[in-house]
Design a protein. Structure first.
Length: 135
């Protein structure tokens, strides 16, 4: 699809809140890092290997990908693909997607309903602009 500069993307799997279990990954996305509590529920599982060379889905994720039009549809219009992918999962009773990259689990956790995600504390776990003390 078309490239856009200076605007937020709609997210790989559509709108929602994107969380991560990887501190290094979180540091790329913002100054303040909070510990969040993802809601319990059903999540589709996505496995990424080889620097995104291979993306594979669990059974429900595969069905959602097919419903959305597959890789060709994603390349043609990522936003429309994401909308359809998410629509299929929500209609199937799923609340999000968990993305595992190589051997690292939950590098991305997309939760479709932002209101269902809670902060563990109102204070940031980490301010990436402040010098960190050695452990």
């Amino acid at each position: 699809g078309p490239l856009r500069i200076g605007e937020r993307d709609a997210g790989w799997f559509g709108p929602g809140v994107y969380l991560t279990a990887s501190l290094d990954y979180a540091k790329r996305w913002g100054r303040y890092i909070y510990k969040m509590i993802p809601p319990p529920g059903k999540y589709a599982q996505v496995q990424v290997t080889g620097g995104y060379d291979k993306v594979s889905y669990d059974a429900i994720g595969q069905k959602a990908d097919e419903y959305a039009g597959g890789k060709e549809a994603w390349v043609e219009n990522e936003r429309l693909w994401a909308q359809k992918f998410q629509e299929f999962l929500v209609k199937s009773g799923f609340i999000g997607v968990r993305v595992h990259i190589d051997n690292e689990k939950d590098v991305e956790v997309a939760v479709f309903n932002p209101a269902s995600v809670k902060r563990e504390s109102e204070h940031p776990f980490l301010d990436t602009k402040q010098p960190q003390q050695a452990n």
